[in-house]
Design a protein around this ligand. Sequence first.
Ligand code: ATP
Ligand code: MG
Length: 425
Amino acid sequence: MDDTQSLPGPPAQPVIATKPDHSISRQDVDPDALKIIYRLHRLGFTAYLTGGAVRDLMLGRPAKDFDVVTDARPGQIKKRFARAFIIGRRFRLAHVHFPGGKYIEVATFRRISDQAARETPAGATAAEESVPAHPYGTAEEDAFRRDITINALYYDPIADAVIDYVGGLEDIARRTVRVIGNPAERFTEDPVRIWRVLRYSSRLGFAVEEAAEREIPGHIHLIAVASGARLYEELNKDLAFETRPVVETLRKYGLLKFIFGKAGEAYENDSELFSQLSSLLECADRTRATGIFLTIEEMYALLFWPWLRPLLDAGGVDHHKLLSDAFRDASMRVNIPRNLRSDAVQIMIIVEAMDRAVRTGRMRWALTRRPHYKPAERLYFLIFKGRLPENGETFEALFRQAFPGGGKSRGRPRRRPFRNRPQGQ
Ligand code: ATP
Ligand code: MG
């Protein structure tokens, strides 16, 4: 697939913004990313910072990953950096490693988008496709293969300038998410871009440009054609932070059913159920805003809690099987690894047992010995108190406070209901 054909001709010259027309300070750039760029420059190559880091720094937001892009080929990078490793089978790129397990991704300018080439709407898999004969290109071509204009800016720390081939600077000023090229073609080529458009528009509070907005309804069903592994990758980006605004937008546009099958349908059709999810995600966002992170298992348990919680009311059945079957029968498009699903299920089962204990005065203390007890305890607090446990708070203390006669030693099951529990609990 050659996605350059459909793109408008690039402008002859990029717009170059120097201070004070851009707000990036070298001090906000990862020093290791800067080191790589300076070194490549000294070796005679062009190298820039690119992608989300430039976008976020331009917006005065802290940047997360600092991706470098260069005209040096992967082999050349490997030769010149002792700790560079080449990864990727289709589009090879280098990871330059630093102490402490940290690495910076250094990619070579490309003509064709990795994602678009990785899968076609016809459903060809990565393994069936061959590597494009000429994957590498110019800085300009690399900018045009990207998804939206604000993600296609380059920062050159040597000139202290932002280089813009696609109108991204203007779109930042206008607070607009604009698809690069023709939205219908770019969505057909890679429907995951719809998700990305909605993500950045809701995260940043930017408007989606009209032409793209118009094409979304007619193309969202194509999300179902994207590979489950890619949907999983994108989902993890949204579960890492600022989850609620994005999930709300995905629902508004009807994407949830294409990602989560029946679970997505439930969240789209039942606004009460969705509002439960929405407030849980809000709690997660608030928690993370204070610098406390939730694990991926905890996030998946949270995501599916409102959907699966009612199933746990059934007594006398194997809850693990019940929830696993629900996942299996949901026909989700996103491919959530089996272990992760099972972890989330085990957490949910313990959270439900805790909730039940607080209602009935009976707790199965043997659950404290399960490996998922601690994450379940954190999630219990998040779901029922709207925050994580603080200063050594435990579920056990909470329970014993509600049921003061309720057994003494941890781990010793108390089988009889407590008589002296407060009214209304
Ligand atoms: P985040 O802060 O969410 O990580 P990001 O912009 O860095 O934002 P990534 O998913 O890490 O997003 O992708 C890095 C860059 O790769 C993007 O900025 C964009 O330029 C390009 N890109 C990612 N996905 C696509 C896609 N589906 N089509 C075209 N370009 C893409
Ligand atoms: Mg990124």
